[in-house]
Design a protein around this ligand. Structure first.
Ligand code: TTP
Ligand code: MG
Length: 389
């Protein structure tokens, strides 16, 4: 048995595909799923592959999508339905191995080492999963198979939709050679711009640099770049029961609709979450929020990041975006909650954007002061808004 034991499985245009399945008239049409109310202020959650041909993509403002694709079919997101389908898909994945690491509602890593006797080798397992997902849910899933998580994820993305791509050890060099640098985990816009200054655009542009040079220029991020640009990644697949979350929520004495006040609360809670993450030397790659309205209806939304974070500013900004993008602040809130999941130890996170370094440093200083002097005495300017209440 080869060492090809890591799979990355990712549903194709997930929300749109579910909508197309639910209503056959939508099949082969440009379907765009947006925030709950689909107002022009909202953003695109996802677009069917037919709609992507017009340039529409996730996180694009609905107003812009409508300009690019006026004939598109715009639907509000039905999160309850997608969650139910997601449960069915994960039930299938977990049949093949207990080692399933959930990354988001439609995406997971699987480690199938030791499962071969039951189900065949990893490629056969991938084929079986694809067939079973299609048969049981009438949806397609793309799967990448390789020797580690990084390569398996690149593989699943390679031939979407309905792909099955295998990256064997002997293929790695060719596969990596032309890979755009921003496809490497942890290389976001800021890092990519820094690398472009040195004419580094592709993974292979990293190869001439020694480990020491990269470390000197970019610190920890440089070390990871050295290894990932060669397709080397030693992280294990962690099953879900090992993954915990850190969260905080508040029920207000009176319902609040004032956005600035809610954002001030959100920031205060981000600081608490960040403080606990720092105290345990952990970071999280999924940010989630929860809201409850006066009629007790409760909603939660989450976003997965390429890079695990623990700075309060990063957590706050992501959470704030989730609230705005999903139009969750249109009614007064009774409860607001925020949390971080998909946890990993500091230093074992996917590449760290060094743009975050200052923010991290600032949080560490604040955390030290908090430990010394107690939590409530230390706050950043934004929280003063609350202190004046
Ligand atoms: P993705 O797997 O990133 O996208 P996708 O499944 O729609 O398309 P692909 O074939 O490229 O995998 O995200 C899964 C779902 O998560 C997506 O259907 C909708 C939701 N989502 C958002 O709501 N906002 C976002 O910005 C993104 C990226 C996804
Ligand atoms: Mg997907």
């Amino acid at each position: 048995m080869s060492k090809l034991h890591i799979l990355h499985a990712d549903m194709d245009a997930f929300f749109s595909a579910v909508e197309q399945r639910e209503n056959p008239e939508l099949q082969k049409k440009p379907v765009i799923v947006g925030g709950v109310s689909l107002s022009n202020r909202g953003v695109v959650s996802t677009a069917s592959y037919e709609a992507r041909k017009f340039g529409v993509h996730s996180a694009m403002p609905i107003a812009k999508a409508k300009k690019l694709c006026p004939a598109g079919i715009y639907l509000p997101a039905r999160h309850g339905l997608y969650k139910k389908v997601s449960g069915e898909i994960f039930a299938i994945l977990k049949k093949y191995t207990p080692l399933v690491e959930k990354l988001s509602i439609d995406e997971a890593f699987l480690d199938v080492k030791g499962c071969e006797r039951l189900y065949g080798d990893s490629i056969e397992i991938a084929e079986k999963i694809k067939a079973e997902v299609k048969q049981k849910t009438d949806l397609t899933i793309s799967i990448g198979v390789s020797i580690n998580k990084f390569l398996a994820k690149l593989a699943s993305d390679y031939d979407k939709p309905d792909g099955l791509t295998v990256i064997r050890k002997k293929d790695i060099k060719e596969f990596m050679r032309n890979l755009d640098i921003d496809k490497i985990w942890g290389v976001g816009d800021v890092f990519a711009a820094k690398l472009a200054e040195k004419k580094i655009y592709k993974a292979s542009d990293i190869w001439p640099y020694s480990l020491e040079e990269l470390k000197k220029s970019y610190g920890k991020a440089g070390v990871k770049l050295f290894f990932l640009s060669r397709g080397i990644d030693n992280r294990d697949v962690k099953s879900q029961n090992e993954i915990k979350s850190v969260s905080h929520e508040e029920t207000f004495a009176e319902n609040i609709s004032d956005r600035d006040k809610l954002f001030a609360y959100l920031f205060k809670m981000s600081e608490k979450v960040s403080f606990r993450l720092h105290s345990n030397s952990i970071k999280g790659a999924t940010i989630f929020i929860k809201v409850r309205y006066s009629d007790f209806s409760t909603y939660s939304r989450q976003q997965s990041l390429k890079v695990a974070v623990n700075s309060s500013e990063e957590i706050y900004q992501r959470a704030k975006n989730l609230l705005i993008q999903n139009n969750l602040l249109d009614k007064p809130l009774r409860l607001l909650g925020i949390g971080v999941s998909n946890l990993c130890l500091e230093g074992q996170e996917q590449l760290n954007l060094f743009a975050e370094a200052n923010e991290d440093q600032l949080d560490q200083t604040i955390d030290e002061l908090k430990r010394k002097y107690g939590f409530n005495k230390i706050s950043r300017a934004r929280k003063l808004y609350l202190n004046n209440d």
